[in-house]
Ligand binder design. Structure first.
Ligand SMILES: [Zn+2]
Length: 579
């Protein structure tokens, strides 16, 4: 690291190249300010929008036990007013006057703030944004008003099955780990026992002062200005963010695990609000944020193995049996100290009847994958394929929406070294069959957390989840099912296999020479007209070569003229039914 003297503040400049996509023409620079705040600067002279984001490595898990939702409430309050810009909502007014917008989210261990604005208004917006982290006011009347904004956000979530399901599963976790907490907040949780807004404000200020500190923050700034100008703004506006003594990233690793092995398996019926029929299977696993795991991304690879849709996949088999219409597999949660792997099967009514067999097939697939990657040649093939797809996506990626990009990158700066902060999160590099087999070995019937969601089922012995009022009931597993699901062999049924080689993955990316016709049109200043390749009564096929973007991509659009769709309401509805 190299120390550079700034005008008033010094800054550590990370030397060495930041690995970026070959199709990315932006310039990057990583710095750390004197106060410990990390920043990534992104210069793009052609940008049509400027953006910045701050990710604070603290979130809802850090809520005081007696004030669920305080971290989220703090996130809302920071937007309202600061000592430098005391007029309430001046920030949003300024953004809307300059074609901008802003938002934020509070996750379990991160809080992420971002904005987007016209490129020439970046500096004044940064000046306002930085004050959130330097001198917010948290005025008492704003506390009262914003409380209702948070409460209405929660009441909107009350009718959302994804939120209801997530909280229900969390409610079964050990209360000694913050995973069990309710994170959104409501009037009831933020003003318990009719306590006053004044008390809430005091709690909020105290919490902010012991949670937000410069070394826990990562900043990204993307603008059309050059890197020196962006650096000068980062230094001049964010160096005043206090570094608070004794404030560190909260460490939950010494606490009891969200689920102890002896507390599993567990199975519940969940009453959805919507017409849903599904099975959610979860297995708690260890934290996978170490350097090796960040490179290998085992949960993503397991998601690829278990969530495939081609011949030989679990989903293809369940569809063939008429039991499922969709399946998603991947990380249900991934924090520093624990992860949760999840398989969600959208069932047909028949699949719902046969739910125990659907679960049995999930375990069959887990065993088949474990056996498959036990073969070194097969493991190498899968590893190569996963990496190939990631590399294609990274090397030929299209430009992202400005604030989505700065927001994600700010979060990634906490996990990855600056040099690897762009490529690291995108590309799976390394395939460790032993490590994957170790995780699959933990995904057993004995460690299962199962949720059966069926709108058509009437529950008995109904219980209600505390925050959402979700109706649920214990689901007794049919006798012998644990033994059956634990069958040690690989079922011959359906031929579950590792994903086959994808014959459509390209390896040659040379752009085809521009056809003479196109060159002639371009020279004449006209766009090349498409060519008619196929013309029969059954249909027509048009083609046009487009090389001006320099990207090896093709798009295909197929339109069917189906007159019966538009003729009746029945036809229109049938056209929307999935095959
Ligand atoms: Zn909110």
């Amino acid at each position: 690291m190299l120390m550079l003297a700034g005008a008033a503040q010094s800054v550590v400049n990370h030397p060495g190249p930041i690995v970026k996509s070959p199709s990315d023409n932006r310039d990057y620079r990583a710095i750390t300010l004197d106060n410990g705040l990390k920043a990534m600067l992104i210069s793009d002279p052609t940008a049509v929008a400027a953006s910045a984001a701050v990710d604070v490595h603290v979130g809802a898990f850090h809520d005081p036990e007696d004030r669920p939702g305080l971290a989220h409430f703090c996130e809302h309050m920071l937007f309202l007013s600061t000592k430098a810009y005391p007029v309430e909502n001046e920030y949003f007014k300024f953004l809307s006057q300059h074609g901008g917008h802003a938002n934020a989210y509070t996750a379990s261990t991160h809080t992420n703030f971002f904005f987007e604005i016209q490129p020439d208004q970046l500096e004044p917006t940064l000046d306002r944004f930085a004050q959130f982290f330097i001198a917010p006011i948290f005025s008492e009347d704003a506390v009262d008003r914003e409380l209702h904004a948070v409460a209405s956000e929660h009441s909107k979530n009350l009718q959302n099955d994804a939120w209801r399901k997530r909280q229900l599963l969390k409610s079964f976790a050990n209360p000694a780990h913050p995973y069990h907490k309710f994170s959104t907040g409501s009037v009831e949780t933020l003003l318990p026992n009719n306590s006053s807004a004044k008390v809430l404000r005091e709690k909020l200020v105290a919490w902010y002062n012991r949670s937000y500190s410069a070394p826990l923050m990562a900043l990204t700034i993307s603008g059309k200005q050059n890197l020196s100008t962006l650096q000068q703004w980062a230094v001049s506006k964010f160096s005043a963010v206090p570094r608070r003594a004794g404030v560190a990233v909260p460490d939950y690793s010494k606490l009891p695990r969200p689920y102890a092995d002896h507390e599993l398996p567990r199975a519940y019926d969940f009453k959805p609000v919507r017409q849903e029929q599904s099975l959610t299977l979860q297995w708690p696993l260890q934290g996978l944020m170490t350097k090796d795991n960040l490179a290998e991304k085992p949960l993503k690879t397991l998601g690829f193995l278990l969530g495939g849709e081609a011949k030989g996949s679990l989903l293809a088999l369940l569809i063939e049996k008429g039991w499922a219409e969709g399946l998603v597999a991947g990380a249900g949660d991934a924090e520093d100290d624990y992860s949760i792997f999840e398989v969600r099967v959208a069932c047909t009514p028949l699949g719902m009847d046969k739910w125990a067999e659907v679960v049995s097939h999930v375990f069959g697939a887990i065993r088949a994958m474990k056996k498959g990657i036990g073969n070194a040649a097969e493991a190498a093939r899968i590893g190569k394929m996963v990496r190939h797809v990631d590399e294609l996506n990274f090397d030929y990626k299209e430009e992202e929406e400005a604030s989505g990009y700065t927001s994600d990158l700010a979060g990634n700066l906490h996990q990855y070294e600056a040099a690897d902060a762009l490529r690291g999160p995108a590309v799976t590099s390394g395939f460790n069959a032993t490590r994957l087999a170790g995780l699959l070995a933990r995904m057993t019937p004995q460690r299962l957390l199962l949720l059966r969601a069926d709108f058509a089922r009437n529950l008995t012995k109904v219980q209600k989840e505390k925050w959402y009022g979700t109706e649920y009931a214990e689901l007794a597993l049919p006798a012998g099912s644990l033994e059956e699901w634990s069958y040690p062999g690989v079922p011959s049924d359906g031929g579950l296999t590792l994903p086959e080689e994808n014959a459509f993955l390209p390896s040659d990316f040379k752009l085809l020479a521009q056809p003479a016709r196109a060159a002639a049109s371009a020279a004449a200043g006209a766009a090349e007209p498409p060519q008619l390749l196929f013309n029969r009564s059954s249909g027509t096929l048009w083609h046009r070569t487009e090389t001006s973007f320099g990207l090896p991509m093709a798009t295909m659009q197929i339109s069917w003229a189906v007159p019966r769709v538009g003729r009746s309401a029945r036809g229109a509805v049938l056209a929307q039914v999935k095959p």
